[in-house]
Write a protein that binds this ligand. Sequence first.
Ligand code: ZN
Ligand code: ZN
Ligand code: ZN
Ligand code: ZN
Ligand code: ZN
Ligand code: ZN
Ligand code: ZN
Length: 1755
Amino acid sequence: MASELEPEVQGLDRTFLECSAEETAGKWLQATDLTREVYQHLAHYVPRIYCRGPNPFPQKEDMLAQHVLLGPMEWYLCGEDPEFGFPKLEQANKPSHLCGRVFKVGEPTYSCRDCAVDPTCVLCMECFLGSIHRDHRYRMTTSGGGGFCDCGDTEAWKEGPYCQKHELNTSEIEEEEDPLVRLSEDVIARTYNIFAIMFRYAVEILTWEKENELPADLKMVEKSDTYYCMLFNDEVHTYEQVIYTLQKAVNCTQKEAIGFATTVDRDGRRSVRYGDFQYCEQAKSVIVRNTSRQTKPLKVQVMHSSLVAHQNFGLKLLSWLGSIIGYSDGLRRILCQVGLQEGPDGENSSLVDRLMLSDSKLWKGARSVYHQLFMSSLLMDLKYKKLFAVRFAKNYQQLQRDFMDDDHERAVSVTALSVQLFTAPTLARMLITEENLMTIIIKTFMDHLRHRDGQGRFQFERYTALQAFKFRRVQSLILDLKYVLISRPAVWSDELRHKFLEGFDAFLELLKCMQGMDPITRQVGQHIEMEPEWEAAFTLQMKLTHIISMVQDWCASDEKVLIEAYKKCLGVLMQCHGGFTDGEQPITLSICGHSVETIRYCVSQEKVSIHLPVSRLLAGLHVLLSRSEVAYKFPELLPLSELSPPMLIEHPLRCLVLCAQVHAGMWRRNGFSLVNQIYYYHNVKCRREMFDKDIMMLQTGVSMMDPNHFLMIMLSRFELYQIFSTPDYGKRFSSEITHKDVIQQNNTLIEEMLYLIIMLVGERFIPGVGQVNATEEIKREIIHQLSIKPMAHSELVKSLPEDENKETGMENVIETVAHFKKPGLTGRGMYELKPECAKEFNLYFYHFSRAEQSKAEEAQRKLRRQNREDTALPPPVLPPFCPLFASLVNILQSDVMLCIMGTILQWAVEHNGYAWSESMLQRVLHLIGMALQEEKQHLENAMEEHVVTFTFTQKISKPGEAPNNSPSILAMLETLQNAPYLEVHKDMIRWILKTFNAIKKIRESSPTSPVAETEGTIMEESSRDKDKAERKRKAEIARLRREKIMAQMSEMQRHFIDENKELFQQTLELDGSSSAVLDSGPVVSGTTFTALGPAQTQVSEHRQFVTCILCQEEQEVKVESKAMVLAAFVQRSTVLSKNRSKFIQDPEKYDPLFMHPDLSCGTHTGSCGHIMHAHCWQRYFDSVQNKEQRRQQRLRLHMSYDVENGEFLCPLCECLSNTVIPLLLPPRNIFSSRLNFSDQPNLTQWIRIISQQIKALQSLRKEENASIPASSENSKNMEEVELPQGFRPDFHPQNPYSENIKEMLTTFGTATYKVGLKVHPNEEDPRVPIMCWGSCAYTIQSIERILSDEDKPLFGPLPCRLDDCLRSLTRFAAAHWTVASLLVVQRHFCKLFASLVPNDSHDDVPCILDIDMFHLLVSLVLAFPALQCQDFSGISLGTGDLHIFHLVTMAHIVQILLTSCTEENGMDQENLTGEEELATLTLYKILHQCTGSALKEIPSGWHLWRSVRAGIMPFLKCSALFFHYLNGVPAPSDIQVSGASHFEHLCNYLSLPTNLICLFQENSEIMNSLIESWCRNNEVKQYLEGERDAVSYPRESNKLIDLPEDYSSLINQASNFSCPKSGGDKSRAPTLCLVCGTLLCSQSYCCQTELEGEDVGACTAHTYSCGSGAGIFLRVRECQVLFLAGKTKGCFYSPPYLDDYGETDQGLRRGNPLHLCRDRFKKIQKLWHQHSITEEIGHAQEANQTLVGIDWQHL
Ligand SMILES: [Zn+2]
Ligand SMILES: [Zn+2]
Ligand SMILES: [Zn+2]
Ligand SMILES: [Zn+2]
Ligand SMILES: [Zn+2]
Ligand SMILES: [Zn+2]
Ligand SMILES: [Zn+2]
């Protein structure tokens, strides 16, 4: 196949070879104009090496390029052979102490939560393992590619910046040393020359924009007409679109198209056609036409081949530069210098600038190559990193603008480098001060959000898709801002203050655009027509949340900055709301002799906005001020006097009123967008800078106001002023207005208002508001979360606000407030609140949602009841306020407050006259409780001479003044204490009164009279005793009541039994009889049972009654009755396979008669054990089928089960099934009714008889075949053949079963055949009976394995369903021959028999090394009746069974001895004492002879016997199970308990001598010749000569692969894995087969293969070879177990890896270190061993319908 191109290529090769690198370099050294010289070289050679045809030949190109192009450069640089030059450079180098390893996609990275300066500081695995952080709290993530290891960067780590490896170099570092001093002048000069030329060349060619022309100095003499049609990547078109278009445009196959598309997606471009200009143009126009319909078309260019060649070399060159500078830090510095040197065009003309600025025009592949180069050069050199950062900042705006117009993800944009530059604290600070970076970022951000409303606020309404897209991209700027601010300065310079405040101004401008955005008006009458857009505004708010917090942190670190910022913020707030009273008529409010002026404003009628970032920022700064020293030493220095408290509180109050009104149902017509906004306003993601700050702002305002004034304004904003200012308004209101909704509404509003007051006074856990620290704040959050219920770690983390470093601070305090409870096999570890923390519970904790509040209330009351305490939930004792907020407590004792409390209590006292609610009362009680706690605290903490001005107790003791003369609050409480309708609140009222008395006592007692004190406690004590007594009495009453009810119930029951006496007796009897089955017979220990043979223990089977789960009718299992069936699931299995590379190639021709001992493909049958009538099942199945077919047609859905394949769900337990097994009586009893003669033949005789019978049959068959036309002669022929005595081959036995049962026998047989071989059903196929026997044998073997692995006794208590399944399956297999052709079964028997007793007409049987003996035993025993039924000589079936069993056992022993590999052990040679050992040795000697001494020299008898015993155990156990279920002989009780191996018991049960070798000795006559025939086989010889393998015994159980303890080593392993099909590319979804350990490239086009005419992913394809359709995988990136079965079924399963908190991390989102949980892994293995994977998938899919829709076959 010599192509035309070849001679040319070879010719070229020669000219290349002549080009010597040394000579070229020498020429260059002499050159006067080096640039021209080099360019000429490149112009000549590059197009001759690269791009010579339609497809690239990377290896050849690289080889030539190295030789002709790069080689000379290396020579030039070194001035000698680079083979010596580079190592010299390397030696002279003092390598940097930075690791700088660039991460591959999917590589694990580690960050230390204790020591990393911010979460972007990460280590590579190697550095991490060698660092101190491995013992710290760390977080693990997988890299998205890009980014590098920060090991060695002292700025990145608070502690331990070096790992062991990189620490080596740090001892002698002098930071400032110039790496150039280690290079010679010559090298520096040459490097400089060559780097400058090459770097310029690469930049020039990559940024070249003409498609059909080259730069002047690279032009070629003659230009060929060879072009490429180059397709570029975009993020608009889908894979499918591209593939489809390509097939049309360039006329390629789908496979090729997929290949193109994959490369385009990965590299950003790929040529799809090569040829002359016209040819390429044509393809281009088709592509453009085809993709331009909805969107902008795919980008395609027709490029000249020489241009593409130069560009390819340009990229090669950049990577080359990257590797060359790895030799020496000096070379790296030179490259940096070259890159950043300003070019001829001044500003922005350096090579680095040029690359950055054309970033968005470059294709993906080019970008990633030069980004990599930047990372390994500029970012690794501390000096140049700074200079580069400056360039980056200077270009920042332009780069961002380009990025906005580009459609590629940020990860492939140069803007993503910001994380490397901005997160370095010194760089960030330098950029802020020198480049004003903070301002630039914010301004750039504002520039891109131009959409504003009339007031200059952002407007997201009527937002186009394009704007939305831009909005998403612009959010990355916020990320940059975050990087810049992430580390707070410890020291401030004036310059930094200045620039930060400038940035703060810009930031305020930004917030100003948000203040009041998206305002809403209450909709009345009609529902809103369109849900307004709200998400964009909230996204912005959410993204800015951390920034706002960080800005506050910066301010807090410098007092000057803080005060300045505070002033600025206040100024902006005044600009926003300065004129808020304009145009409004002031109104005057007055209650209780207090009056205040305010504006008229109704939230329910006017515009209101939930976005108030400026006032919230001010609130934050105010609290920071309150913490500062100034506030508490010189408050006069603060700009407090400029504040107008009514203005401060106005907007936050409106916002809170809005929430209350929404809650009261007043805004229903505004739709869901509002509900969502309110939700996020309170949500943990936003509340820190929204709801929390509004509360703080109110606290700030109120602390500067007369509380009475505030309360009146609040009443007015809540639109409740009327109700409380007008005496008896409430009464009127309830009687006059009958509108229930309005009453309800007002009640809710009152409740909400009271709640707000509780929050304003009670929420003092923010440092600065109350005298607390951050730890106490977080502790309180946790206590309240855990008051709701115990929580898992991740749940708790989710409920707590995270800071910008993703920390909640929870770990530091959790131990002090909670106990950890470890998880079991399922579920998660849980934290439980410590009991002593319950006293800090506040029912009105402000972060509770309503649902959480009521759950917490219920939980806490229940807890108190359990502890036999009263159920009052009084307010907790609170920390004191900070001085600035101290006056807040006065709200509680203000006149208006007392009036509100009094009014509500009054309503409750006269409870029928008013509209009021219990929650209202509960809140009032809570407020009173708070006031009492406050007063008590004040009294207890008061200095001796201090007068406590908080006098709540006095105020509530005073009755109301004339004219209403209402009773005092105290009096009303006393009244309510006995109100029957307030049972729930009784405990609380009692608590209030008790506390009141205690306070009175303190007040009355001067500090010098402790007597009163004790009296008080005694009082309290006695009241507590009284409480206790009361409670005890109640408990007693409850107990009596319970007993009475119980007595009544049992009385009723007795009546019932009396009436239905007969019925009950029956059931009792039934119970008795069923237990009698188990107890009947001598189950006394020591009694021996025999499971088979003439001496078989005779058991009379009890009559068996079963109930159909469908029609509920009972039915006896009988031979002639209607069939009863068990739902069953048949599947192919490789669970026991010892050879996974083997699978059935051509099922039509496959002969399953002999199972190979590698058990490579078996058929497993399982059942849920549910019994139905055959006809009931048939009816059920038909209806399911009809329904599903209709549904599938209509919905085109995948179902969790495949009806067309006969699958259905068990009607009772929904277990996946695909057929049914008929229930049968022990089939042997039916046929062995013929007499058992006492003198049965021995083995030798029996074999002779059977051989004769077989011979007779065979000659009959032969003659039959020979004389088919002369059928009349048949009988004559029969006589001619000499028939053994009593053998009547013409006899055809009657089938004893009913038609119905026969039908079911066929049904199940056919199903087993169909599934086991994966063929079309054919009940006539001769392989049907074989498959039935095989399935029986295989299922028993797999169960024996499970029992052994779990160390469970063979006949221990098996689960019912398993027991039923095995029994039915065995009996079915034994009965199946009755519905098969007698001739076929006889033929099978003959052939099976021939494998042990050779026979002339069967020379194609396998050698005994290649037969699984248990399968052989089952088949022989179950096929035997077909022969025996024609034998009237008196040989019983039992005799046959016994001899078959002995024969197979002996064959197995020989098999074991032949394959045993016992090591010689001289020590034991002497102890040849045991009879068994001697016998074994004798047998071994015989084998040794028969094999012509090929068998290994005689080892010790002890070893031999031991290996026989061990090797044969599984076989004996399986046989015991088999005969047990076949003949129904109960198992001896000894085998029912676990413990020793029960070898003796098994032998007894199976009618074997305990010295198994005796079998040979007893039948030595025939056995010697048989052994000889077995050993003579050629295969055996080959095996013994080491030419082939054989399975040895016992076979070890298959296990899932070993998984590493630490999950990250799996991630690491997977990150090194590359897709096997696309040449070294990293796989995106590496997936590990847990069965065989293969790593696969899942969920990707590249690794799709065709399977049965469909494209399937790598996992599905793998299951077909590895697990015959079923598979267990670990998706490494997701940390998720995947179960697959067939093409359509799959589910995800929880992985066996847990973090320290006992939780899995599916999707690796949390990043906590994960460790293998062996028990959970064992559970997965057990599912596999039990063949329950498919069932598990079925259940998962039934439970979660979305799983059904997933395209599992593409994984
Ligand atoms: Zn590293
Ligand atoms: Zn390191
Ligand atoms: Zn650490
Ligand atoms: Zn039925
Ligand atoms: Zn079931
Ligand atoms: Zn596998
Ligand atoms: Zn792949």
